[in-house]
Design a protein around this ligand. Structure first.
Ligand code: HAM
Length: 420
């Protein structure tokens, strides 16, 4: 039997209603914050991610689904959304649009070859935003406030916003040198990934899952001590806005994020539920990227954004026992007795549906009792029973299922009745 590929999942109807609810709510929130939807291709040229996300990152080195197409181009299923949105921004010269900054959002599948575990998939769905064209602490604060608003609007309470600044490229350069100096004498005791990261991406050693308890990580130099005056001032202003907005946060100088393009503000929202026993607690991540556009041969504009996966949002909802307020109302189930009635019901259904009435009938020649059960399963608000007598008298009882009360209506007036 052919099975679903590892790390992917089917979203069955009982769950897809939740997805639709979440996605509709996210669309509504985006309208409130004035972000517009962008849809980019599922695959892009491999070079976009190698350059944009960074050659030395785990995502590029280990996790990409890369293939040659029949024209011998190297293409990659997108592992994240930012590089693609930035590519599109540059390609469509969005810096010239009258509405600035350009505020975009996206929602779609991403692909990473990762070890499967609870909350981690090989195909997952990221909802993300990118605000490009303003270097202003207030837009960083807007994005952070929006993230929290999104989670809270689904009723989540146990959340922790963790922030850090990884400074501008000048601060980062000095910090990387300090890290290399610090780790070099002990790097032999670290995992092979850390050893190869020492000179390519030393900041990544700080969030190594294998070596995280080592003394050398605990007493490593802190980025906060290497921020230059501009970077410090920027971070202070972002925090000031968060204080003004009464948004609680914790600072974590070891929050470095896994993708190379970040500068200044970096953040994650974590689950903060004391009873949760899963390994994955990060619900979303994001930050500012001041050099990414130029790195991709674009203008000198800067951006900030974040992405969350719907899978982890659902996981958090489950952990907090939150039921989404999903209405599943069905208008009418038609019970039929006999061939004539069934034939009439086919025509009637067609008319009802064309007029927007959610209606259905039996297709399995069930007995009346079985058909009634089917009406219950569908949570139908009304049922009617059509038999020879009803057809002859052009009269039907509409039964309101919740109250059990019935009302008599002319059969050929039924569509109008429901329209009203
Ligand atoms: P990221 O931290 O790699 O950042 O991913 C963001 C979020 O995507 C994670 O916090 C998590 O919710 C979800 N995610 C990532 N990998 C998986 C997976 N294997 N299974 C389920 N969910 C996953 C980015 O992708 C950046 N592009 C975010 C960003 C936007 N930064 C600036 N703008």
């Amino acid at each position: 039997m052919i099975k679903i590929p590892r790390g992917t999942q089917d979203i069955l109807p009982e769950d897809s209603v939740k997805w639709r609810y979440i996605e509709n709510k996210l669309d509504e929130l985006m309208e409130i914050y004035n972000y517009k939807e962008i849809r980019t291709p599922i695959f892009e040229s491999t070079e976009l991610f190698a350059r944009g996300v960074g050659d030395s990152t785990d995502v590029v080195q280990k996790e990409m689904y890369t293939f040659q197409d029949k024209g011998d181009r190297s293409l990659t299923l997108r592992p994240e959304g930012t590089a693609a949105v930035v590519r599109s921004y540059i390609e469509h010269k969005m810096q010239g649009q009258p509405n600035q900054p350009v505020k975009l959002y996206y929602n779609g599948p991403m692909f990473r070859y990762e070890r499967k575990q609870k909350g981690r998939y090989r195909q997952f769905n990221q909802f993300g935003v990118e605000a490009i064209g303003a270097e202003n602490p207030s837009i960083d604060a807007e994005v952070l406030a929006m993230v929290m608003h999104i989670y809270q609007s689904f009723g989540l309470k146990h959340l922790k916003l963790v922030i850090n600044s990884i400074g501008d490229s000048e601060s980062r350069k000095e910090y990387n040198e300090a890290l290399i100096e610090h780790f070099e004498p002990v790097i032999d005791t670290f995992c092979s990934d850390c050893q190869s990261r020492l000179h390519t991406n030393p900041m990544r050693i700080l969030d190594c899952k294998v070596d995280r308890d080592k003394e050398a990580i605990k007493n490593a130099p802190r980025i906060t001590d290497y921020l230059n005056d501009d970077s410090k001032a920027y971070f202070e202003q972002v925090k000031q806005h968060l204080d003004d907005l009464n948004i609680p946060y914790v600072e974590d100088p070891n929050l470095v994020r896994g993708l190379d393009y970040y500068t200044h503000t970096a953040f994650e929202v974590m689950m903060d539920n004391p009873n949760y026993d899963g390994a994955i607690t990060t619900l979303c991540g994001g930050g500012r990227y001041n050099g990414l556009l130029q790195l991709l041969d674009g203008p000198s504009e800067t951006g900030i954004g974040f992405a969350l996966s719907i899978e982890r949002l659902l996981l958090a909802l489950e952990e907090e026992d939150i039921e989404l307020d999903i209405e599943s109302e069905f208008d009418l189930f038609i019970v039929t007795m006999g061939e004539e009635a069934d034939r009439y019901a086919v025509k009637l259904l067609n008319e009802l549906r064309k007029n927007g009435v959610k209606a259905d009938k039996d297709y399995l020649n069930r007995k009346i009792k079985g058909q009634m059960k089917q009406a219950d399963r569908l949570n139908a608000k009304y049922t009617i029973v059509i038999g020879d007598q009803e057809l002859e008298n052009n009269s039907i009882d509409i039964k309101h299922m919740a109250s059990g009360e019935s009302e008599k209506v002319q059969l050929d007036q039924l569509v109008d009745y429901f329209k009203e």
